[in-house]
Design a protein around this ligand. Structure first.
Ligand code: ATP
Length: 320
């Protein structure tokens, strides 16, 4: 294979650039031409395809976001749209494609392979850690650390004013960011979509803390649980403490990737390139039990990630 394309798709995540750098530098070592595709499948459709040079990926390993830009293109579900995009790739002589994104992006990649013979390898890039087939996705660790920093800062005010803080964090339907920021940040409660815990139970835990003369609390709420302001209103009726809500929002997605994410992205990028060179296609790379693994790309949408109930129970036990 002499020409490979690369794109980032779906939500951006810190470490995507590190992965782009790894794939591109590997290709240069093997005299393979790399093509960047801007704005994900949108750029593939609009022929925003350009040759990646060494300078393009120089000094980007520590930069958040994605130099290739990201976008969503719902129309990519239509076969005729994919046909036009695939024709653009073929016109440039691109035979293989690295797709960095989530399971939606993988679905598009899989169809490009099945319908048009473009060889595809997926790299899991999302802060949500919601992709099956890998213990960690690129960007998750950086976001976890950003949340932890916020927890520490909010704790100062929560303690000083004897308030209860509800901190809403990202993760969509996956509670990993909430659970592990609660565990690592020593939060006093956590609500995640995977575990059904009533506001009454949360209120009872807070009352227990009051009986121990603990007069402030930090509760982490995963966005997938529901509207945090509604939760705050319901909780307010049950506890006698001032409640404040902080929604961290997109602050969680920006900034320089952690060492962990950079190492993960580098390993995944290099492996994705090797797999294309070996003639593989229709697969995703992952890291399980600290080892690089591969799965059929469909594994990502045919399976769900699991929360560790042991970790949830431990976090709850230590939260009072
Ligand atoms: P994130 O986890 O950040 O949302 P994602 O890759 O799951 O990442 P999506 O918005 O679901 O994000 O998908 C990204 C793009 O992939 C879509 O805008 C669309 O172009 C393409 N895509 C998604 N689902 C499909 C599908 N079923 N068939 C073809 N293409 C798809």
């Amino acid at each position: 294979m002499k020409k490979i394309g690369i794109l980032t798709s779906g939500g951006d995540s810190p470490g995507m650039n590190t992965a782009i750098r790894a794939v591109t530098k590997m290709a240069m070592n093997y005299n393979c031409e790399m093509y960047g595709i801007k704005r994900g499948y949108k750029g593939m459709l609009n022929d925003e395809i350009f040759k990646l040079n060494p300078l393009d990926v120089s000094g980007i390993a520590d930069r958040g976001g994605t130099i290739l830009l990201s976008a969503r293109l719902p129309e990519f579900k239509q076969p005729e749209v994919r046909a036009k995009a695939a024709a653009n790739l073929k016109r440039h002589g691109i035979e293989g494609l690295v797709v960095i994104g989530g399971d939606g992006s993988y679905r598009g990649a899989d169809l490009l392979f099945r319908e048009h013979g473009i060889k595809v390898v997926g790299i899991p890039g999302t802060i949500d850690n919601d992709i099956a087939g890998t213990d960690y996705t690129i960007g998750y660790d950086t976001t976890l650390n950003i949340i932890l920093d916020a927890v520490s800062r909010i704790r100062d005010t929560a303690n000083s004013h004897e308030r209860t803080y509800l901190l809403e964090v990202m993760g969509r339907d996956c509670g990993d960011l909430a659970l592990y920021s609660a565990m690592a940040g020593g939060a006093n409660g956590v609500l995640i979509p995977e575990v059904n815990r009533s506001i009454d139970e949360l209120a009872e835990d807070i009352k227990e803390r009051r009986s121990q003369r603990k007069l402030s609390d930090i509760i982490i709420v995963a966005e997938g649980v529901g509207h945090v302001f509604d939760i705050a209103k319901e909780l307010k009726e049950k506890i006698n403490t001032e409640i404040r809500v902080t929604v961290l929002g997109h602050i969680q997605r920006g900034g320089s990737p952690t060492a962990f994410d950079r190492v993960l992205a580098t390993r995944m990028g290099a492996r994705a390139f090797e797999l294309l060179m070996e003639g593989e296609s229709g697969i995703m790379v992952g890291m399980e039990n600290n080892k690089m693994v591969t799965h059929a790309i469909s594994y990502a949408w045919e399976n769900k990630t699991n929360i560790s109930l042991d970790d949830y129970n431990l976090t709850h036990l230590l939260s009072i």
